[in-house]
Write a protein that binds this ligand. Sequence first.
Ligand code: TPP
Ligand code: MG
Length: 690
Amino acid sequence: MSEPAAAEASHVAPSGLQGRAFLLSLYERMVLIREFEETVKFLFLEGAMPGTIHQCQGQEATAVGVCAALRRADWITSTFRGHGHALAKGLTPQELLDELFGAETGCCKGRGGSMHVGDMAKGMVPGIAIVAGGIPLATGMALSFKMRKEDKVVACFFGDGAIAEGAFHEGVNMAAIWNLPVIFVCENNLYGASTRVDLVMKNARISDRAASYGFRGETVDGNDVLAVLDASGRAVDDCRSGRGPVLLELLTYRRTGHSRRDPCHYQPKAEREHWAQRDPIDRLAERLNLSDAEREEIQGRIQLELTQAVDRAKAAPHPKASEITAHVFAPPAKGHIPAAQLQNAAENSSAPAGQARRRLGIAEALREGIAEAMAADPAVICIGEDIAVRGGWGGAFTVTLGLEERFADRLINTPIAELGFFGVATGAAMMGMRPIADVQYGDFLFLASDQIINNASKMRYMSGGTASVPLLMRAPVGATGRGSQHAQNMERYFTGVPGLKVVAPSTAYDAKGLLKAALRDGNPVLMFEHKLLYGSKGARAEPGAVDATSEIPAEDYLVPIGKAAVRREGRDVTVLGWLLMAHYAMQAAGRLAAERRADVEVIDLRSLAPIDWDTIGASVRKTGRIVIVEEGPKTGGVGAELAAGIAERWPRTRIARVASPEVPVPFSPVLENMYRPDAARIVEAVCGLR
Ligand SMILES: Cc1ncc(C[n+]2csc(CCOP(=O)(O)OP(=O)(O)O)c2C)c(N)n1
Ligand SMILES: [Mg+2]
């Protein structure tokens, strides 16, 4: 199969200048996509192919026209309907077929499947099957190109259905305000699943949307590959010369079902016939004056190649069952120091010997850690709301205060758009940046959770271990006089997500060390911080704040992810907590010791994913009893997982849990005090186990 001749060109004008050979290559590429899809449809209906498929017969010109305007070094993002995009970007039918069969030799080693085809080596991130989910991601990819002054463009494919999603609004708005080199390619095939576009939008001319965000949009005949190529070429030129983004609305039509065996009864016959007359392959054949014999020769040659590829795909090796957990996490990145070498630093929060130690609070320690990381590595950037406003706050809790003076270009102050900028951070990370994204309050992670859970945490796996997402996310949590929506402890929602690491420091020393470790980890890491532990908020201390300051050494250090800290050794009962609860556990232990009622061992968990079962095990094997303390309702909490894990591993352990009542976080200070577990309740629980 020949590559489109324009693969290395910026773009080629459509008016015949590029010559017949090039046009023939476009024709062949469209025929390849059509025949590939027909072959796959047959295999699927035959029951030979697993899973489900979303096909693109009838839409070949959009993929081929756009990709022919791109260079090999440019990128695309795609959707669940990505076979055509992949073939147009240069993936081979073999690596796609193998993937569709779930084989180890597939483009994602069988971990992605039809909806997630991609190849990081060929400029296509795994397909994103969450409608509109790729839009913020593409914006982030383009942000990284612009920041590194790379002459690259990303074309982001999505359907008309994506226009109604918040991710579209948030993603294109950020691309617009930052003038990013991204072409938003909307394949308007008139239907989102079975629903017609005019039922879900009052203004069905999608390109009009661009003007409202302040950039250029254009509606194009998406079944005319040369019109698509021309519009894409101009869009690419705009992007390369700093006039991006551009929105292209490509009018086209799906000549097959949405997925599986959809018979398309919702598409009126007359409409289908109308579009059949406008078939993109027939139209280019006409333009090229191809005879029936010439067309048959091309089709036959491609069919033969596909038949051979299918035979190979059917025989391709499948992943070994024993390798089910491969590709979840990236291996340690450059600069990573193995945990064994970090024991000194890890043992407790009092810093190892060093000169010029200073006592800092968590906010200050994080600020210092971020500044050092940014100074050491130009790939480190911060992304968040109100983080870089001169005369502003340095984020909601002062963590980035003043950094905008030193790192003006690398503190990205965003619109209020958590879904969008967590997607931006993910996309930038996939292109090699090391972003630190933060929400002002942990509660807003629900808005960002699609990008965190579906994209950032899964990309490595879905890509068969070829994509990396070195991303640090930060979120303040804790009940602190703000009622129900600025107070939840969000840990429980993120600790069971494969591909995501979760840390929760309770001291300034750990906060800085874990931040540095997270930035070198090479994987998405979510850091929870407690509002009562920051130490200060400008001149304002939070009422009820607890002293979490530490001696911070002058030299660089890391605290390993996945390693708990034994804060106090004891013989009778283990108390396990994290964040604020680690401090309350220490208070309770002190009280019990002073009253000679119990000798308590306190574990500060520090990392919630992965959990340090070794440290927990060593403790409960000694004490035989454990009190797990958690801020947040007992049901479904991290404490539930810990209790179950301990019961499975060390069944003779007596377990008690201290947690919040099953209510939203209340505002009334009286009720909030009841809500948050305290030292007195921990003392009571410890005594109950004796
Ligand atoms: C967020 C989200 N909601 C719903 C779905 C289920 N779904 C898959 S495809 C689809 C229709 C998408 O339509 P459109 O964006 O126009 O793309 P097309 O299928 O036409 O290519 C829907 C609703 C999904 N994958 N993601
Ligand atoms: Mg559609």
